[in-house]
Design a protein around this ligand. Structure first.
Ligand SMILES: [Fe+2]
Ligand SMILES: [Fe+2]
Length: 313
C-alpha cells in the first residue's frame, strides 16, 4: 500500500460524515482545460507496452481515433457502469442492517455513491452514442442468485456486464462491511489505472469516484478492525473474509491476457491483470496482520478465470 493511500484511509476515517455529504456531480463532457493525471499507479507493468495515447490525450467523443478504440472504451465503460448499478442495488437492502443511526446514514451514503458512479458512467456512454434506456429495459440489475453459500466461480449468470461478484446476495451487516473491505478495495486497485486513462472524460470523473471508493474501504476497514478485535464477533468476521476474499480474487482476469494488452496499447489500462490482483492481495494480507485475522487461501483456477479483467465499481 502506498503511503498516499494510507493517508487517505486515516483522514477519511476521521472526517465527520456530514462533511462528506456534498454531492459532486462533476462535468463529464470534454473540455479544453489542461489535463492533470490523477495519481501514479502503485505498480508498473512487467511487460512494457508502449501506449499509443497518453493520459487524457483523447479529449472527448469527437476525438476518438479509431473504431477499435471506441469499441474497447465502450466495453470497459459498460462493465464499470453495470457493476456500479448492480452494486448499488445490492447495497439497498443492507441499509436496513445498520446497527446505529449514524450507520444508517453511512450505509445510505455509500449506496448513494454507487448510484452516482453508475449515473456518471452511463452518461459517458450516452455521449458515445449508446442507448442507456434500452440497456435498462434489457437487463435486470436487481437479479441475485438465491443461495448465499453458492459458488458460481468465475461465471456470469446473466447477459449484463457486471462483475460476477455482484450476483451474490449480501445477507448481513458483517457481509456488507466485508464487501467493502474486499470488493471496494479490489475495485479501488483496478480503478487506479483509469485515473490515467487516455480518454479524458473518463479520467476526469474517476477522480471523484476514486475518492468515494476510498471512503467505502475506510468504512469497511474500521468495522472489520472493530469486529475482529471483539472475541464475540471475531470468528464471524473471519468466516465472512474467507467467503468474500476468494470471490474478489476471481474478478481480476487472467495474467497475460490478450485483451488487457490491447487496453494497455490504447492507454485505457496500465497494468497486467495479475499485477493488480497481487497489489490487492498484498494489501489484504497487511490488513489481516494488523487486525489479527488469518489471511485466507485462494486457489486460482486459471483456465476458468475470465480472460478479461472486468472494470468494477
Ligand atoms: Fe464502492
Ligand atoms: Fe463505485
Amino acid at each position: 500500500m502506498t503511503s498516499e493511500k494510507a493517508h487517505l484511509f486515516e483522514t477519511d476515517l476521521e472526517k465527520p460524515i456530514s462533511e462528506r455529504m456534498e454531492v459532486e456531480y462533476g462535468e463529464t463532457r470534454a473540455t479544453d482545460e489542461p489535463f492533470k493525471a490523477g495519481r501514479k499507479v502503485s505498480f508498473v507493468a512487467n511487460e512494457e507496452i508502449k501506449p499509443e495515447y497518453g493520459p487524457g490525450e483523447i479529449k472527448g467523443p469527437d476525438a476518438i481515433p479509431s473504431e477499435e478504440y471506441k469499441e474497447n472504451l465502450i466495453n470497459l465503460l459498460e462493465m464499470q457502469a453495470d457493476s456500479e448499478l448492480a452494486g448499488a442495488l445490492g447495497y439497498v437492502p443492507c441499509i436496513r442492517y445498520a446497527p446505529t443511526v449514524e450507520e444508517y446514514l453511512a450505509a445510505a451514503m455509500i449506496t448513494k455513491d454507487e448510484f452516482r458512479h453508475a449515473r456518471v458512467c452511463y452518461k459517458l456512454l450516452e455521449y458515445l452514442g449508446e442507448d442507456v434506456d434500452a440497456r435498462m429495459r434489457e437487463h435486470d440489475f436487481t437479479l441475485r442468485i438465491d443461495a448465499d453459500d453458492a459458488n458460481i466461480g468465475t461465471s456470469r449468470v446473466a447477459a449484463d456486464k457486471r462483475v460476477n461478484i455482484f450476483y451474490y446476495p449480501i445477507p448481513t451487516w458483517t457481509d456488507f462491511i466485508m464487501f467493502q473491505f474486499c470488493m471496494d478495495r479490489g475495485a479501488g486497485h483496478q480503478l487506479e489505472d483509469s485515473l490515467e486513462s487516455s480518454y479524458r472524460p473518463w479520467a476526469k470523473v474517476m477522480e471523484g469516484i476514486f475518492k468515494e471508493e476510498m471512503f467505502h474501504i475506510a468504512h469497511g476497514d474500521s468495522w472489520v478492525k472493530r469486529l475482529a478485535a471483539d472475541p464475540k464477533t471475531h470468528d464471524q468476521v473471519q468466516a465472512a473474509l474467507n467467503k468474500w476474499f476468494p470471490r474478489t480474487m476471481n474478478i481480476f482476469g487472467r495474467p497475460n491476457s490478450k485483451r488487457n494488452k490491447v487496453y494497455r496499447r490504447l492507454g485505457l489500462k496500465k497494468r497486467d491483470n495479475h499485477e493488480v490482483r497481487l497489489a490487492f492481495a498484498q494489501e489484504v494480507q497487511e490488513r489481516c496482520q494488523e487486525f489479527g485475522l488469518e489471511f485466507p487461501q485462494w486457489v486460482p483456477d486459471w483456465e476458468r478465470l475470465p480472460e478479461e479483467a472486468v472494470v468494477v465499481g
